[in-house]
Design a protein around this ligand. Structure first.
Ligand code: 5GP
Ligand code: ZN
Length: 146
């Protein structure tokens, strides 16, 4: 069943080890389902990751009923950044799969505090590849699969 966390993959997973308390982390939030801790190599002060406690590699592997709980954790951390770090905005992102740059194969949502004029990029700076298909063709492909 793909709905339950994979035992074998989780054994050596660094984020599972953090969840189990076997590896150290600067935890900022934790509940029954999710954990949030500081990235060990912060891109900016306050760079935090929110993860489901269960081992799921990508967003598509996460059971639907857990997705909302992960996102609620993201909302909470984002709100705390605005309050405690005086963030004016946040950038929220997932490297969702190896081809997208995911290095740790346990789903994690990056949250970065942002400030006007901080010199950082936006989601529009991640990739620029001209489309071959029309918007209508792409719409049909996706619609047909949803
Ligand atoms: P990815 O490219 O998979 O989205 O990013 C993985 C992130 O996890 C990186 O930003 C990296 O700095 C962070 N990371 C990797 N190992 C550890 C660790 O042991 N502890 C913490 N707190 N962060 C880690
Ligand atoms: Zn894991």
């Amino acid at each position: 069943m793909s709905q339950s966390p994979t035992q074998s993959a989780s054994a050596g997973c660094i984020f599972c080890r953090i969840v189990r308390g076997e590896a150290p982390a600067h935890v900022v939030y934790e509940d029954e389902h999710v954990m949030a801790f500081l990235d060990i190599h912060p891109l900016v002060e306050g760079h935090t990751m929110v993860i489901p406690k269960g081992h799921y590699e990508t967003l598509e592997a996460v059971p639907p009923e857990l997705v909302g709980k992960v996102f609620e954790g993201v909302r909470k951390v984002s709100e705390a950044m605005r309050r405690a770090l005086r963030a004016e905005a946040t950038t929220i992102g997932i490297n969702n799969g190896r081809a997208a740059g995911q290095v740790v194969p346990h789903l994690h949502v990056h949250i970065l505090p942002r400030y006007a004029g901080d010199g950082g990029g936006t989601i529009h700076s991640i990739i620029h590849r001209p489309a071959n298909k029309s918007l209508e063709e792409v719409q049909k492909l996706l619609q047909g699969s949803l």
